[in-house]
Design a protein around this ligand. Sequence first.
Ligand code: NAD
Length: 393
Amino acid sequence: MEDKSMKGLNTFTDQTEAPKIDASRKMRIGIIGCGWIAGSHMDSYLKQPDVEIVAGADLIPGKAKAFMEKYGVTGAKTDYASHKEMIEDKSLELDAVSICTYNRQHAVPAIDALNAGINVLLEKPFTVTLEEAVEVVRAEKKSGKVLSIGFQPRMDANMKKIKEIVESGALGDVYYIQTGGGRRRGIPTPFGTTFIEDKTAGIGALGDIGCYSLDMVLNAIGYPKPLTVSGYVSNFFGKDPHYSGYRKDKAAEYADKFGVDDFGAGFVRLEGGIILDFRIAWAMNLDTPGDTIIMGTKGSLRIPSTECWNGTVGGPMKLYSEVAGSQVETVIPVINMKQGLFDLKIRTFLDACKNGTPAPVPSSQILYNQAIIDGISKSAALGREIEIVIPEI
Ligand SMILES: NC(=O)c1ccc[n+]([C@@H]2O[C@H](COP(=O)([O-])OP(=O)(O)OC[C@H]3O[C@@H](n4cnc5c(N)ncnc54)[C@H](O)[C@@H]3O)[C@@H](O)[C@H]2O)c1
């Protein structure tokens, strides 16, 4: 007979219970940018008992209306020519907005919303440039509102485990980190060219998936300040009209429009004498550019990469250390999640807005993430190492 007393032990499923939600007052939410990722925001908002979707805005006429219809949201106002008109509509009494616009339209809507006293969940990457990110943080500080950046891998119990391992002291002093990831043929063009044109995206693989790799390790070690960077970017695949990852009928057009990086790498010096060696690829002739490794004076952690890099942990992590003179390896089992990462991203943001608690993914940290991405682009353009200078906020 099965021993039920042992059920639940050693199964490594995240045991975090969803907190009770006070639905006596509905949070009034607006969606800015009603494209691909806005659908994931909507899916998660619709599961929350304390949310009312009251408005949507998109630059493309009719897109916000069709979006609301697709999700069966009735009564939401959508008749806006841009995010600005929606934010200025006082009748909406917006508590918060999700900003789901392409990268080049992250900073302005975020600043406008914060200036109007509205809480903001801003999709990743934070912005395109460091200067834009600084302006958004200034607006956030002035407003006193919540600004959270859309890094859902942060909600993963496995990611939290990496931080717990570092903070447990098992690695000793961290001195070298290798991180990044890649896809063999993964330039994102499922819904057109907003990810690959300079005028909409501004940055490519660096901002799309590189920001996740950086966050995985920087969050774990407490986001030390980046000091200098030597960066490299290339676009050999994106600019190739014969790139096999494009739709055949669109390949020439996409290659012509491609105006961002499809590969980026950087050698970064962080405060505290830590070296960060980073590389990220939307496309490459390789399975993976390597696992993430965090090397410390007492132990090192290997975090397996995923095949199609999406910023998560690709399998059991391994901790390498020494016990009584013997070299040992400890396997850290993968934790299965009960709740979806996107649902958690939305829920933790709503809770921060309601309770006045810190943003789940604070801009103070992601500013450093953006500074590295920005530094790689600038250093690559100059062809030499540069100092990372983050203006006073
Ligand atoms: N967190 C994730 O897992 C994830 C996944 C995919 C995309 N993203 C991020 O989400 C963002 C959007 O990506 P997408 O794939 O949904 O793009 P998309 O091109 O499908 O949609 C963006 C929409 O924003 C609209 N828009 C742009 N500027 C606007 C403005 N000022 N006011 C109103 N509407 C505006 C565009 O017309 C477009 O319809 C990107 O920055 C991307 O990096 C995040």
